[in-house]
Design a binder for this molecule. Structure first.
Ligand code: SF4
Length: 188
């Protein structure tokens, strides 16, 4: 049964409405700027790395989408591209890289190995990076075609554009309890 608080009418003053308007404008502006200035950290471990290079090269030219600058320090990156197979020994390293990245940040699982372990259905391979970090976009394929990668990037840009942005972002909790438990068990 709904509580009395749930039934109480919400009173929005004109000041609240005005603040809401300005916050919406700021959020929209920040979203627009952030989605067209992604700084990618490519966590490339396997054959999908070739396809990542292809997307960055002149034929497909990821620069058209404002995401052409790879950053090899996580502190300067806001898009983590996990490209290739992640085995259990690499999982804590991937998690640390994610935690070191600047806020707000997004994650793309590039190819089936990063998304679900792919055909490496065995004890040594992480069966999807979403077991340890949150993922925003999954790109299927083994390896994915560059067009699929660009499609995934546009999906992410659309998602970023619709998110709420603040000038000072405190960030979300990085991992769920299940993700922490899995990492703890790996470290034993
Ligand atoms: S998805 Fe296929 S191409 Fe990509 S890393 Fe796995 S096996 Fe290699």
């Amino acid at each position: 049964m709904a509580s009395e608080i749930d039934n109480a009418p919400v009173i929005a003053t004109r000041r609240d409405e005005a603040m809401g308007f300005f916050q919406r404008m700021v959020s929209k502006g920040l979203g627009w700027a952030r989605k067209y200035s992604l700084f990618t950290y490519p966590f490339a471990t396997a054959c999908c790395g070739m396809e990542f290079m292809s997307v960055a090269a002149s034929r497909y030219d990821i620069a058209r989408f404002g995401a052409e600058f790879p950053r090899f320090s996580p502190r300067q990156a806001d898009l983590l591209m996990v490209v290739g197979t992640i085995n259990l020994k690499q999982a804590p390293i991937l998690k640390r890289v994610y935690e070191q990245m600047t806020e707000p940040k997004w994650v793309v699982a590039f190819g089936v190995c990063a998304s679900s372990g792919g055909f490496y259905d065995n004890y040594a391979v992480l069966q999807g990076i979403d077991r340890i970090i949150p993922v925003d976009v999954y790109i299927p394929g083994c390896p994915p075609r560059p067009e699929q990668v660009l499609d995934g990037l546009m999906l992410l840009q659309d998602k970023i554009g619709r998110q709420v942005h603040r000038i000072a972002d405190k960030g979300e909790p990085n991992a769920t309890a299940a993700q922490h438990n899995l990492l703890a068990s790996m470290n034993k």
